[in-house]
Write a protein that binds this ligand. Sequence first.
Ligand SMILES: Nc1nc2c(c(=O)[nH]1)N[C@H]1C(S)=C(S)[C@@H](COP(=O)(O)OP(=O)(O)OC[C@H]3O[C@@H](n4cnc5c(=O)[nH]c(N)nc54)[C@H](O)[C@@H]3O)O[C@H]1N2
Ligand SMILES: Nc1nc2c(c(=O)[nH]1)N[C@H]1C(S)=C(S)[C@@H](COP(=O)(O)OP(=O)(O)OC[C@H]3O[C@@H](n4cnc5c(=O)[nH]c(N)nc54)[C@H](O)[C@@H]3O)O[C@H]1N2
Ligand code: SF4
Ligand SMILES: [Mo]
Length: 694
Amino acid sequence: MEHVDVIDSVCTYCGVGCDISASVKENKIIDISAHPEGVVSQGNLCVKGKYGYAFLDAHDRLKTPRIRKRFLEDNPKIYDAIALHVKPLDETWSEVSLEGATTAAAMKLQEIQKKYGSKSICSIGGARTSCESSYLLQKFTRQTLGSPHVDNCARICHAPSLKGMRTTIGEGAATNPYNDIYNAEFMIVFGSNTTEAHPIIANRIVDVAGKHDNLAVFDVREITLHRFAKYKGIIPHEANLLVLNMMAYVIITEELYNEHFLADRTKGFESFKEKILNDPYANPAYFEKLEGYESLSKLIPKVAREYALKKSMIFWGLGVTEHIDGSYAVMAITHLALMTGNIGKPGAGLMPLRGQNNVQGACDMGMLPYYDPDYQTPKEIGLMTPQLVDEMLDGRIKAVINMGEDLTHVHPNSNKVNHALDQVEFLMVQELFMTDIAKRADIVIGVKSAYEKTGVYVNAMRRLHLSQPLVTSDLPDDWEVIKLVENKLGGNYTYENSKQIWDEVREVAYRRFSGASYNRLERHRIRGLQWPVHTEDTPILHQLDFRTEDGYGEFHYHQYELRGMVQELVEKNLTGYYLTTGRTLAQYNNASQTSRCDKLHKRYDETVLFVHEDDAKDFTSDRVMLKTAFGQSAPISIKFTDKIKPKTLFCTFHHGKAGINRLFGDRSDVFTLTAAFKSIKVEIMNDEDSRDSF
Ligand SMILES: Nc1nc2c(c(=O)[nH]1)N[C@H]1C(S)=C(S)[C@@H](COP(=O)(O)OP(=O)(O)OC[C@H]3O[C@@H](n4cnc5c(=O)[nH]c(N)nc54)[C@H](O)[C@@H]3O)O[C@H]1N2
Ligand SMILES: Nc1nc2c(c(=O)[nH]1)N[C@H]1C(S)=C(S)[C@@H](COP(=O)(O)OP(=O)(O)OC[C@H]3O[C@@H](n4cnc5c(=O)[nH]c(N)nc54)[C@H](O)[C@@H]3O)O[C@H]1N2
Ligand code: SF4
Ligand SMILES: [Mo]
């Protein structure tokens, strides 16, 4: 019988961080299933965990580094230096050895640094790779290149959760373990399509809601979780802060708050109370004026009451963060927990459902312009990605290092991002595939995926997982590429493996990671360790004090600002269509990995626009193009449904071909510049030609 190895590791996709067991034969994965004792997966994986490994052997996997021919022509000195390493590939690209690629990168970075200064260079990415690689990229950028400009994908994702939670309770991470769902008496899910985006967490929520009928769901459309909810909230676009302040209003006017908790653990409540009571939008009766949403005026108080009187958890997603008031809405969520004492104990707490396998880790590692590792203040604060894009347009950013973030596909205002990248002199991309951004690069270096390397990943409940290789690969790890470039810039990195980098992380970021040695992570692979990890780990945060300077939780009131759909509804003038964008189960973000796994791709191989049946009259062709002042999508097909409200539309952004992100401008969260991907008014352009062709 041929030998099959069974290797335990962690799923490479979403922030749930499921524990997997892979069966491997002759260096090929033949099966992935849930680890039988998996604390996170609990014996189940979603389709991405189960079938999402075929990308490893995709025929177009980036195996050899590439260098743009045009770049070689424009940089004859560099060409001379690496000529022996270069082999023409096609019209656009030459293949080059790793040695040659990193020499070219180092020479170009040095040239740009000399000519335009250190701050003309930036690094973006790192939420899909290991902590070790994220850590090293920010260290290299800050220390070796001397630029403060580092950022990661949290920018367009949960950066408002970090901001909102740091401001009110001093720590921007989930407070409790997923299994506390079983200890909760009441749950609110706000703007998170949990069954699609965090399915193995959703399993728990559905389980408990089925038994105890204790779930409230707020979304702008009907999602699967609504089926299991006692309170089925469907709210207008961009009304989160409105609804959340209303919940605070109910808790205050009905005196449902926890006086002891407020007195012992918080400050600023009296002034917050005063402001909420004088807030013209905070009375839930406001919804009586909004046609189609009247029932919310009764539903919101009911939810507020149960939340306040029970041991409750709140889960949220991008439906909260990807708006202009995302950070404020997160503060409004934490206010609810502070008022009711639903934090710092089992079965309660605040659960921002972070997205990528290591976006929590990338932030912890300091891949943010305003935080060094361990959320320390950096010597100099750098710019956020949207500001960097503006700097590229203005000619001040000249070089971009990109480690797995498909900027031109997933950031808003794709036309603008593309123009900005036209202006830079050097773009280097570390990737698994020739993604949209990789196609624009001067140098592209194929790297190991998570299933081919060792490293630490931090999931959405702060759980560290030491991922180990399922198969071997000759490709470099991300950190090895950085090390090579650093050495060629005259540096002194001597790391020989990821463990050596991690040991440095444990010293630099000791507040969270000092006790999390590889050895311990290995020994506790099943149970897992949640940061901060010292002698013990910390499954529940804030039990004694908040992590603000003086330990008190703080209130930061902000009034809802009338705009968009709510304004049109209140003025009885709802015109045009509001689009919201999001996810589907089988595809993952830019789909670079999932679209290369047949079993996943065939479940969702093109972008579909969901339209309410009553709006059919405006959709006269089989496909439509969407248009805004910033750009136009490709023609996309339509599906009529009663799951969304009239005049609202929903589609995904996974397939770059559809060009959905051309529609978005620079509208973004006031603090973190997180794109307002969750609501944009669009024009519909029927594609009359499409009737014949499809
Ligand atoms: N299958 C799959 N899973 C994923 C990903 C993936 O691409 N595919 N990506 C991962 C990543 S990076 C992330 S960040 C997470 C994201 O996970 P989620 O946060 O669940 O992501 P979305 O589907 O983008 O949006 C969530 C919901 O917000 C709702 N919404 C839109 N506007 C509003 C609003 O104004 N108010 C409210 N209350 N709701 C609103 C949408 O209708 C949608 O149902 O998923 C992770 N998991
Ligand atoms: N319209 C709209 N746009 C959105 C969103 C939305 O809701 N609506 N959501 C936004 C959100 S929340 C996010 S997080 C972004 C996600 O967008 P991206 O960050 O671009 O997507 P990912 O698929 O998470 O990862 C990016 C790339 O990392 C590569 N990769 C995987 N593993 C590794 C590795 O180990 N090393 C390296 N170097 N590369 C690797 C993958 O091949 C992939 O191309 O999209 C955003 N864009
Ligand atoms: S829920 Fe997330 S971590 Fe778990 S198997 Fe699915 S994609 Fe992987
Ligand atoms: Mo995300």
